[in-house]
Design a protein. Structure first.
Length: 138
């Protein structure tokens, strides 16, 4: 009745050797699939890693997050409304970018000072969201 669409997905490499083969994949979903349902499908596509957040992006904007805990258990968070995938994506392409806590903290090689990007954010998820805001909103 509803038919299907194909969404092209790709993801970041997560370690040495992980980039030897392409991660691109075509995923066929029903036309009436909501973003939350699609993110649940992507939970199986991205590697299970401890304490990382996968930001799910399209050419249009951020679509949501896959958030894993210290036991590699994941949950999803939809960004914006939980609309149908066909209505949210003008192009049927998705990139999954992963973040780990240390990405936002480092020691300055010149001064030796500890630098924390987005220090105003209380949580790791808030930092990831801040990093995914359009530049004009930062």
């Amino acid at each position: 009745m509803f038919g299907y669409i194909t969404v092209e997905v790709d993801r970041d490499s997560v370690c040495m050797g992980d980039d030897c083969q392409s991660h691109k994949k075509s995923i066929k979903i029903k036309r009436n699939t909501k973003i939350s349902e699609f993110l649940a499908i992507l939970q199986e596509y991205v590697p299970a890693m401890k304490n990382v957040i996968w930001a799910i992006r399209s050419s249009d904007s951020i679509q949501g997050y896959i958030i894993t805990d210290s036991n590699t258990q994941s949950k999803i968070e939809v960004y914006g409304s939980d609309a149908l995938v066909v209505k949210r994506l003008s192009k049927k392409e998705i990139i999954c970018k992963y973040y780990y806590p240390a990405k936002f903290s480092w020691i300055d090689g010149t001064t030796g000072n500890h630098i924390e990007q987005y220090a105003e954010c209380d949580t790791f998820l808030q930092k990831v969201k801040k990093d995914n805001e359009p530049t004009s909103m930062r």
